[in-house]
Write a protein that binds this ligand. Structure first.
Ligand code: NAD
Ligand code: 6OD
Length: 486
């Protein structure tokens, strides 16, 4: 039985209340650990430690000195790669192949990219002549924003947490991280790495717990938090934005999506199917950028539905370490119930269930896990709930379209605007779509391909702000203007 403590001022601590909650293995539903829930006293202590660290040794480091420490951090994350891998797999049940290729490598890469970026980022300066014949120089300096609250989801725990902590620390801030209550492990483990490489106490803090009336709310309402960066559901982000309004704290928000894929008849068919299988089902569909609406140009519709059905039916569910496993469980019983409620709604709304629609039959040892079948529907109107609402499961609705204008209207008729993938060999059409679709990220003939220097974020109700490369510095620093007359 594992124990997950809060990490405050460089030390692992429980909570004054003594309250703990269960850490569940999604593969079989067993309790594998106890998580110590931070109350107000622990959140206060974590924020105070983060504030004090800004005034201490950390605050006095130069950019190259900070980068040397963060370099050591990336080396240590890679040295403990297997520990992070086991921790992530235990929390999420994801297949070993996925976690070892995506989640854990990004843990280190998310520090490296911001080390490289901060070292080579300059600010502007302007010379001018003053009215009395003297000279003036105006220049900008970037200063850390201060104490950053980092509130994280459970779907890519290490990846999405370090995507925020990396730039925050590279810019000289200190952080208090609130991991999801479902996935405490890798965030807790990162504390050991911080201590090992000598990151000063109080720079990185972790508080465990839930959202409302728990660590999440206490942290985001804390008056000494200078900025809040959040990844999660749009409804939660809205509540956090209200908390941030008190004290006029800036936010960076990465929220929900209902992403579409648009498949034109002139696409490279086999490559498109390969990519769509990943976009719809990878990580059991628990990817904010995942595709839940597929629009296919009519001549290709039947062929694509048939091909995706075959591929969905080869997504063998199973234990993470089993090499045959292609798909893991959902994160929790609560999430399984939510996804299944959408499966029921689709049937009730008249969908044709092309494949899936329920829970797979698993061997006895895995029966307690939160399994779900990859599911494809056709035949629903654009107003159906599984076509409009984010499900966050391994499922998609496939609909035919005839013209560019028609599909553009359908893709954009949604409150979210995170990502879209367009498949065509016509470069002009691809670019017209990319310009017309209301999203933060448009892929052409690919999906989830990332260059960490580029802006990442959502439009409409999918988020506020862009992170990635220098774009992250808009949130993690303040620009100060200095005017010198001489
Ligand atoms: P969630 O919103 O339920 O929880 C996210 C975090 O917020 C958790 O740590 C939770 O404890 C905390 N929280 C909940 N209520 C809070 C409150 N009132 N105050 C402060 N903190 C609170 O999200 P989830 O279920 O963990 O993750 C799935 C969702 O995240 C999906 O909607 C998905 O689209 C979204 N997501 C978006 C992106 C993106 O980049 N846009 C990335 C990953 C996930
Ligand atoms: O790749 C990234 O940087 C990123 N933020 C991915 C988000 C995935 C959502 O589940």
């Amino acid at each position: 039985m594992k124990e997950f403590l809060n990490f405050i001022n460089g030390t692992y601590v429980g909570s004054a209340s003594g309250r703990t909650f269960d850490n569940i293995n999604p593969v079989d539903g067993s309790v594998i650990g106890k998580i110590h829930e931070a109350g107000k006293p622990e959140v206060d202590a974590a924020v105070a430690a983060a504030k004090a660290a800004l005034q201490g040794e950390w605050g006095r480091l130069t950019v190259p000195e900070r980068c040397t420490l963060l370099d050591a951090l990336t080396i240590e994350i890679n040295r403990r790669f297997d520990d992070f891998l086991q921790a992530e797999i235990a929390d999420t049940g994801k297949p070993h192949a996925l976690a070892s290729h995506l989640d854990i490598p990004r843990g280190a890469a998310n520090f490296q990219i911001f080390i490289d970026t901060i070292k080579s980022t300059s600010t502007e300066s302007f010379n001018m002549r003053t009215g009395d014949g003297k000279t003036a120089l105006s220049y900008a300096v970037r200063v850390p924003r201060g104490v950053i609250a980092v509130v994280c989801p459970w779907n890519l725990p290490l990846l999405l947490m370090t995507w925020k902590v990396g730039p925050a620390l590279a810019c000289g801030n200190t952080v208090v991280v609130k991991p999801s209550e479902e996935t405490p492990a890798t965030t807790t483990l990162l504390g050991e790495v911080m201590n090992k490489v000598g990151v000063p106490q109080g720079v990185y803090n972790v508080v465990h717990g839930f959202g409302p009336d728990s660590a999440g709310q206490f942290l985001t309402e804390h008056p000494d938090v200078d900025g809040i960066t959040f990844t999660g559901e749009t409804r939660t982000g809205t509540a956090i934005m209200k908390a941030a309004a008190d004290g006029v704290r800036p936010v960076s928000m990465e929220m929900g999506g209902k992403n579409a894929a648009v498949v034109f008849a002139d696409c490279d068919f086999d490559a498109t199917v390969d990519t769509l299988v990943r976009a719809c089902f990878e990580n059991t569909g628990q990817v904010c950028l995942g595709t839940e609406r597929v629009y296919v140009q009519r001549p290709l519709f039947d062929k694509l539905v048939a091909a995706l059905k075959v591929r969905a039916e080869t997504m063998t569910p199973g234990a993470p370490m089993d090499q045959a496993t292609k798909i893991g469980p959902l994160i929790s019983k609560e999430h399984q119930d939510k996804v299944l409620s959408f499966y029921k709604k689709a049937a009730a709304e008249g969908a044709t269930v092309v494949t899936g629609g329920g829970v797979p039959d698993m061997p006895d040892a895995l029966k307690g896990g939160f399994w779900i079948e990859p599911t494809i529907w056709t035949g629903l109107p654009e107003t159906a709930s599984v076509v409009t609402e984010e499900i966050f499961g391994p499922c998609c609705h496939i609909a035919p379209f005839d013209s560019e204008a028609e599909v553009l209207q359908k893709v954009n008729a949604n409150r979210y605007g995170l990502a879209t993938a367009v498949f065509t060999q016509d470069i002009g059409k691809a670019n017209r779509m990319a310009h017309g679709i209301e999203v933060g990220l448009c892929w052409i003939n690919t999906w989830f391909l990332r260059d960490l220097r580029t802006p990442f974020g959502g439009s409409k109700q999918s988020g506020i702000g862009r992170e990635g490369g220098v774009h992250s510095f808009e949130f993690y620093t303040e620009l100060r203007n200095v005017m010198v007359k001489f």
